[in-house]
Design a protein around this ligand. Structure first.
Ligand SMILES: Nc1nc2c(c(=O)[nH]1)N[C@H]1C(S)=C(S)[C@@H](COP(=O)(O)OP(=O)(O)OC[C@H]3O[C@@H](n4cnc5c(=O)[nH]c(N)nc54)[C@H](O)[C@@H]3O)O[C@H]1N2
Ligand SMILES: Nc1nc2c(c(=O)[nH]1)N[C@H]1C(S)=C(S)[C@@H](COP(=O)(O)OP(=O)(O)OC[C@H]3O[C@@H](n4cnc5c(=O)[nH]c(N)nc54)[C@H](O)[C@@H]3O)O[C@H]1N2
Ligand code: SF4
Ligand SMILES: [Mo]
Length: 729
């Protein structure tokens, strides 16, 4: 039976409205929903991949147990029993911290998984919990906590009404935006310019976003904190600070002025690679625009001064009166208020309350930096991670120095993964529990509706029926969690996990319904379910001081943690550029036909614009006698990969770029991607020792590398690339 369904695309933060044609378990056609208040008919090639995804025979449809001859099916009751007894044994013998937990990106797209994750972690009782936050957005959360009093008080650029958008370290035209639900970025940037506004992009690569902008400035990777300090120091020096409606709320402004003073454009310019006149002009233009917003994402988060960058981006918006103002950086008012809900559910968290066992890296919101996981598995002693649960993730490809993590996984006593696929990580698990995919469960974007450029709400039931052998993530957490709690014996064992039991009885859907009703718009889930399209709750509105969570509802402009980090940046001003001629600086990139590591095997993703190449500037290629298409070896402190070279002047001299999420040559199995699409994992050469010290976020950006002609043809005879070959068993 063929039927048409309106739904939201569950694959990325843009939340595009779709009209899909469904046949049994499969999506057979995808179009944009013109009536969607956010996406207005826009959708990207990934949405078409939903057809491939729902037809994919390589996805898991029953629990799989790894034995000497590889994986074989096992029943659900046996699988849950085995996982609980093995993990329970490890915790009894070695303590609660001996079992680690990692949760990956797709869980952020599942409201039910989000609701159950916290009680699941509380039941586990381990300090070794990890997530993608520490390879992604933690610097923004850190700055929000310091300045506004809550890690989830994150601002969103009011892109549809701004007159000037300064984009630093983000490529929303290809990523479709992050912490900014704004589908159809090319269309939005064009209309911004058509109404007389300006777009300026600061990026070591001339990205698609940069090509749509009025101006693009190359910046040396990892130096954005200096650049932002120079912008702020110019505002103070030229008396351009105008905090307008925010003035009464600010504390520490004089301290910020003093702290910025050494970072004059003249001193900063040679280090960042942008001349001082340009920095000064930019500060003037930003301060004089009738509205302006500075937006930064992964390129500024994942660098050694990531949290400083996030602080300074907020500061720039404050200093020019653009925080909490139409056309500036605004706080959404979503139907489920994440700030209120997280406080209610006891998830608001803190930071630095404990450190990781081996390196003392700070926890944030209860989780440790992902960069610490490998050493926590490798290093003997009380609290060593001997058992691991991974859920909806692929840290072998997504963690810094993923190759080291992969080696460490081999030493675990027991590993269980909850995933839809055998991937580069889950293939190391002893047991893999198959999860229902997006579209195979009811859906509400509880996280990402909180970062939309308009406030909207949408709930949908299941779009396609899941195969009988899979279970939804939240059920797996509840079943595994309750069984694991019971292995503890005594009183705790008798009661299992009351929180998980309560959720199972109530159902996440009822909790969602209550959260919507209690939320600022008092929505009814039944009404949302009846609505064909997303419900428009209107444009962003001013929310201060009401939303602030600092004790006196003030904005803290210069807290000691930030100020104490500045001397090391001052020291940089005096240092000569340390790089020698042979060293290049590595950055990452995202390509349109990708979603992190997990969709490359789908035919829709396999197009010539989605190959894993090393981009290099023509000067650097000439200097090394390298030519386009040739296989090169890229070496860093941690490892090396071989990839084909792509010479392009879209990348800054001295910088090279590899896309993130490839590295599938490891998967020599029936589930593998065809060799041409294997690529190499950038995280085989990133460095788990490079971190933003404040938040513990991995500094993927700016890894020093050497690039040379590969000593022999690549690992694949067809001159395609790969890294480590391994068999599935
Ligand atoms: N197509 C596609 N879309 C995606 C994803 C995907 O994998 N594929 N993943 C999703 C996820 S999980 C996320 S978090 C978002 C990320 O969304 P974005 O942050 O928009 O995505 P990136 O492409 O990583 O953009 C980072 C940019 O920073 C630049 N950059 C690197 N180093 C520096 C530096 O030192 N300074 C500055 N100023 N710029 C730098 C890079 O060249 C790149 O253009 O994308 C989401 N959307
Ligand atoms: N060098 C470098 N490293 C990076 C980045 C970078 O730009 N450069 N980006 C970082 C960022 S922003 C992110 S978000 C991370 C992503 O890191 P991860 O979240 O670890 O990796 P993904 O590739 O998103 O893994 C998704 C897995 O979830 C599974 N999955 C999909 N849907 C579901 C579901 O509903 N339930 C379950 N149980 N499983 C599901 C897929 O099959 C896939 O195996 O990578 C980070 N690592
Ligand atoms: S931009 Fe994101 S939400 Fe929109 S269609 Fe593409 S993958 Fe789906
Ligand atoms: Mo991400």
């Amino acid at each position: 039976m063929i039927g048409k369904r309106l739904c939201v695309c569950p694959l990325c933060e843009a939340m595009c409205g779709l009209e899909v044609e469904v046949q049994g378990h499969r999506v057979v056609d995808v179009r944009g929903d013109n009536a969607d208040p956010l996406s207005a008919g826009f959708f990207c090639p990934k949405a078409r991949a939903l057809q491939d995804l729902t037809a994919d025979s390589s996805r898991l449809s029953q629990p799989m147990l790894r034995g000497a001859d590889g994986f074989s099916p096992i029943s659900w009751p046996k699988a849950i029993q085995l996982a609980a007894s093995e993990l329970g044994r490890i915790q009894r013998e070695h303590g609660r911290d001996a079992v680690g937990f990692y949760t990956g990106n797709p869980n952020l797209h599942s409201y039910a998984a989000q609701l159950v994750e916290l009680p699941f972690k509380q039941m586990l009782g381990s300090r070794n919990t990890y997530s993608t936050a520490s390879v992604d957005h933690l610097p923004h959360m850190y700055a929000a906590l310091e300045m506004f009093g809550h890690p989830l008080l994150l601002t969103v650029p009011d892109i549809d009404r701004t007159d000037l958008m300064l984009i630093i370290g983000a490529n929303p035209a290809e990523s479709n935006g992050s912490l900014m639900g704004a589908p159809g970025m090319p269309m939005r940037l064009r209309s911004l310019r058509a109404r007389g506004g300006r777009v300026i992009v600061v990026d070591p690569r001339r990205t698609r976003t940069a090509e749509l902008a009025d101006r693009h400035l190359f910046i040396k990777p990892g130096t954005d904190a200096l650049f932002l300090l120079a912008l702020a120091s110019t505002l103070f020096a030229e008396d351009l600070v105008c905090t307008a409606h925010l003035t009464e709320l600010l504390v520490g402004l004089p301290n910020l002025a003093v702290a910025c003073a050494p970072f004059t454009p003249e001193r900063v310019a040679p280090l960042v690679g942008i001349d001082s006149a340009t920095i000064i002009d930019l500060a003037r233009e930003f301060s004089r625009a009738s509205s302006a917003v500075c937006y930064g994402r992964l390129g500024v988060c994942t660098q050694t001064y990531g949290s400083i960058c996030a602080w300074l981006i907020n500061s720039l918006n404050v200093l020019t009166g653009n925080l909490d103002r139409i056309g500036g950086a605004m706080f959404p008012r979503p139907a489920i208020d994440l700030v209120g809900a997280s406080t209610l559910l006891g998830a608001a968290g803190g930071r630095g309350r404990w450190g990781s066992r081996v390196r003392g890296l700070p926890e944030f919101g209860g989780d440790l930096p992902l960069a610490a996981l490998a050493e926590e598995i490798e290093t003997p002693g009380r609290g060593q991670v001997r058992g691991l649960i991974t859920s909806a993730g692929n840290p072998v490809l997504s963690a810094p120095n993923g190759a080291r993590l992969e080696r460490a996984l081999a030493g675990l006593d027991f590993m269980v993964s909850i995933d839809c696929y055998l991937n580069e990580t889950t293939r190391h698990a002893h047991l893999v529990l198959p999860a229902a995919m997006p579209l195979e469960r009811d859906h509400y974007d509880v996280v990402f509706r909180a970062f939309g450029v308009r406030d909207t709400a949408r709930y949908q039931g299941c779009v396609v029926t899941p195969p009988p052998g899979v279970r939804e993530d939240w059920r797996i957490y509840c079943q595994l969690g309750r069984r694991l709690a019971r292995t503890r014996g005594g009183l705790a064992g008798r009661f299992g996990s009351p929180a998980l039991a309560a959720i199972e009885t109530l159902s996440p859907r009822r909790i969602l319904s209550a959260l919507l009703r209690l939320g600022p718009h008092h929505l009814s889930l039944a009404r949302l379910a009846d609505s064909q399209h997303a419900v428009d709750l209107g444009p962003l509105q001013s929310a201060l001081p009401r939303r602030l969570r600092t004790p006196r509802k003030q904005i803290h402009m210069a807290t000691s943690t930030f100020l104490e980090s500045l001397p090391s940046l001052v020291a940089l001003l005096g240092a000569a550029s340390a790089t020698d001629d042979d060293t290049l600086t590595l950055i990452g990139r995202r390509q349109v036909r990708s979603k992190n590591s997990w969709l490359h095997h789908l035919p829709q993703m396999q197009r010539s614009n989605n190959v894993c190449t090393l981009m290099i500037n023509s000067c650097d290629a000439r200097h090394r006698g390298l030519s386009t298409g040739q296989t090169v070896e890229v070496r860093s402190r941690t490892g090396s990969v071989q990839v084909p070279l792509e010479i392009t002047d879209k990348i800054m001299p001295g910088v090279v770029s590899l896309p993130h999420g490839f590295g599938h040559a490891r998967m020599a199995s029936p589930f593998a991607t065809p060799a041409r699409w294997h690529g190499a994992s950038i995280n085989d050469i990133t460095d788990d020792a490079r971190l933003d010290s404040l938040s513990g976020t991995a500094a993927f950006v700016g890894v020093p590398v050497q690039v040379l002609a590969a000593p022999s043809p690549g690992l694949n005879p067809s001159n395609e690339t790969g890294t480590i070959h391994a068999s599935l068993s």
